[in-house]
Design a protein around this ligand. Structure first.
Ligand code: TXA
Ligand code: MG
Length: 353
């Protein structure tokens, strides 16, 4: 995005500074500068191994409230606290069940978030006013260095507008957030491209609140049987995790799901027949099978779920940027390895409530 090492974006005098950082060995002076922004109550967008986060000092309730304002997110949607070690996480909780220890040891640093009982030090604003708190230790060197430099937990949701598509490159952040973010650390594309798996460990059995980059089978290997997966609840019903609202992770364009590449192509064809430009996302098959109209922008994504996850949000962002009116997506396989992707697609396709 920025050709120089540092550039300013945004309008009306509250420009966001962009600093390019090496994703593996970030320049300590850039990290120090970002930590100072957090220290004085400012907001910093930064890369993690899942998606870009919008960070605030977790113990600063005013800074945390600004995160909600910048995202346009309702204040009852709790934020994840990012730490560097299990000990730092424990200090945020009033109880640390055995399952939390086992998950932390198996997956941290990494894309796994545990929900535990909230400790006294954590401002209620972080937890959306609730009695629990979500914590994770990211693996990304930039995220890790930033939290270490601050010496305190960083509260960070994904760096997108409420219900929008999560950002997997810095340009996606710049597209959605303008005012109120002081600094963006641009560390290139995120590795996983899909958010962390969120697991509530307060019950008898761990319960997955959001499928994500750590698969269900990986979880079972560490903690045994899981509580039945949370079903998609209609909007308006009480949610075990607020991020489970039916419509979420959605592009601007209307998103439709179709069974099989053939049906997806026919749906895209029918939509474009009325003059609309339409996006079509199918699973990779024969590269020569692209017999589609000029108004259909076809993207073939990998049949490997991890690669597919890395490509998905970037593909939807790109199609949105090209101004398509609708995006038809071929349904992904129904087996468990695809559950996080199927979850995001279902929510992206849900009607506005
Ligand atoms: O990969 C990720 O998790 C990214 C990066 C930046 O770490 N963060 C992220 O944050 O996706 P956010 O705020 O966009 O999504 C957090 C999810 C939501 O579904 C939220 O409802 C859930 O975690 N969550 C957070 N705190 C919770 C809590 N105390 N109880 C239940 N669910 C919680
Ligand atoms: Mg999010």
């Amino acid at each position: 995005m920025a050709s120089a090492n540092s550039a300013r974006y945004g309008k009306r005098g509250s420009a966001m500074r962009v600093l390019q950082v090496d994703p593996h060995r970030p320049d300590p002076s850039a990290i120090e500068e970002a930590a100072q922004v957090l220290e004085r109550g400012g907001l910093v967008a930064f890369p993690t191994e899942t998606v870009y986060g919008l960070g605030a000092r977790a113990f600063d309730a005013r800074a945390v409230l600004r995160v909600f304002a910048v995202k346009g997110r309702p204040q009852h949607h709790p934020l994840i606290l990012h730490v560097t070690t299990e000990n730092q996480a424990r200090a945020l909780a009033s109880g640390w069940p055995d399952a939390a220890s086992r998950l932390a040891r198996a997956f941290w640093p990494g894309p796994l978030t545990v929900v535990v009982q909230r400790g006294d030090r954590v401002p209620a604003a972080v937890a959306g006013g609730g009695s629990s708190v979500a914590v994770r230790a990211p693996r990304h060197a930039v995220a890790h260095a930033l939290i270490a430099a601050l010496g305190e937990p960083v509260a960070a949701p994904s760096a997108n507008r409420f219900r929008g598509l999560s950002p997997t490159i810095a340009a996606h952040v710049l597209k959605q957030l303008h005012e109120g973010v002081e600094l963006l650390l641009d560390g290139g594309p995120c590795d996983a491209g899909i958010e962390s798996t969120v697991v509530d460990v307060r019950g008898v059995r761990p319960r997955v609140l959001r499928p994500g980059a750590v698969s269900l089978s990986m979880l079972r290997e560490v903690v045994g049987e899981l509580e039945a997966p949370t079903v998609l609840l209609a909007s308006g019903q009480p949610q075990p995790s607020p991020g489970l609202d039916a419509r979420h992770y959605a592009p601007r364009a209307r998103l439709l799901l179709a069974e099989g590449a053939g049906a997806a192509r026919r749906a895209a064809d029918a939509l474009s027949a009325h003059g609309a430009t339409v996006g079509l996302v199918v699973l990779e098959t024969d590269p020569h099978a692209q017999d589609v109209r000029a108004r259909i922008l076809e993207r073939a994504l990998s049949r490997d779920p991890e690669r597919y996850a890395r490509q998905l949000f970037a593909t939807l962002h790109d199609l949105d940027d090209r101004g398509v009116e609708a995006i038809v997506v071929e349904r992904v396989p129904s087996d468990e390895a695809w559950s996080a992707i199927a979850d995001r697609l279902t929510r992206a396709a849900a009607p506005m409530s």
